[in-house]
Design a protein. Sequence first.
Length: 279
Amino acid sequence: MQYLFKFFLVLCAVVTIQYNRLEAQDARPLSIGETLEINSDVLGEKRTLNIYLPPGYDNSQNVSYPVIYLLDGSLNEDFLHIVGLVQFFEMQMGFPKTIVVGIGNVDRKRDFTFHTDIASLTKTYPTTGKSALFIDFIEKELKPFIRNKYKTGKQEILLGQSLGGLVATEIFFKKPGLFNNYIIVSPSLWWDNESLLKAGKTYLDTHLDSEIKVTVIVGKEGKQMEDDAQALAVLLQNSKQKKLKVDFITMPKEDHATILHNAIYEVFLRMNKELKKNK
């Protein structure tokens, strides 16, 4: 009996050692892209970029790819799950192979907001009001860097939610030609007593009539955010820009925390349907 017990202990030790060996041998890195750091003279700091390149991407080939510029694009924010949607649509839906540029955050409350004199906001957001610099960074440093390094095409999409939706709206109003497709989810247009929304028509009246698509999405997120998102969509739909295409999507089953993933799934479905229709 004692012999059998010792044999059992030895057998368990051997199995454990073999299991650990197998575990060590089988482990290897999992990669879906690359992470870069660039020095921004405009912002006076280093910025992290998370890049997804589609399967078969080759810089030497004479092929160009649409690019999604993703605000809140850190690895612990929205980069991974948005890339997952892009991969799914590429594999299952025939979606065009697409590059995703996730712009990692340093201080989103600083970068995504413009100046305000409202005391309660400056107290809650003490670093606020530097969106103009962030927009300059995108225009003068980020986009030229991406265009120079990767095989980018004409389709350039900006995707932002919440404060990211606020700055995406600001970019569209003030520098519409920076992108030709804007996906604006649950925009924080309440900022500065809705001053950006109130000035929207003035900005639109200065726009050249160019082919731009704007999609505004909102869920069940409180009366002000829902009303502001609808007001933005109506403002754009009533503009004099003949080539401006506007889509307004309401998702009453989603709240501010749950909306982004399902919103982008819906947007990609519509984009894919439009692409197939135009083939």
